[in-house]
Design a protein around this ligand. Sequence first.
Ligand code: ADP
Length: 184
Amino acid sequence: MRLILFGPPGAGKGTQAKLLEEKIGVRQLSTGDMFRNAIKNQTPLGVKVKAIMDAGKLVGDDVVVEMVAETISKPEYAKGYILDGFPRTVAQAEALDSMLSKRGEKIDAFVALEVPDEQLIARLVNRGQGREDDTPDKIKVRLDVYKKETAPVLAYYEGKGQARLVNGLGTIEAIQQRILDAVV
Ligand code: ADP
């Protein structure tokens, strides 16, 4: 199963993706986690993306697409994956389509978690992971970037008839069940 978990920052994509790994037996692929690891390990990629991420802006499409293409071609992703944080622009969605069609593959489901802005801001402020981009001014930038650059990705999958909207408010378990109901 190749699943895209979509939603604004703070929607709970990462939390739900980790739980889904066990339920559906495929791995989570979080571009945000991959970049944070690269920064922690001070790899050339990490050095390149640190300032962009800290500012709450998007890493360039080419960089992200190359990283995802490399990752999904590994054997441990052959059975599928849960994409979390990708695609985040329409250009990334188009690049994903073309990399999949070259491999004779396709996305099985696109799930969009819906959470009102006030709740997103409250969750991000409270997250307390000490993330450089979880300060009020960076959160505002990330929500603005989401609206301008990422929200059109939902319309892209709606146009393909693949988007399923899931209410992202409630307990973690309740939301998990709604996602499972949406993907089967
Ligand atoms: P959140 O969903 O809370 O914003 P993520 O971990 O998904 O957290 O992303 C954190 C940051 O990583 C983004 O603000 C951006 O700088 C970078 N990033 C992650 N995924 C992508 C992507 N697909 N395209 C561009 N930048 C990305």
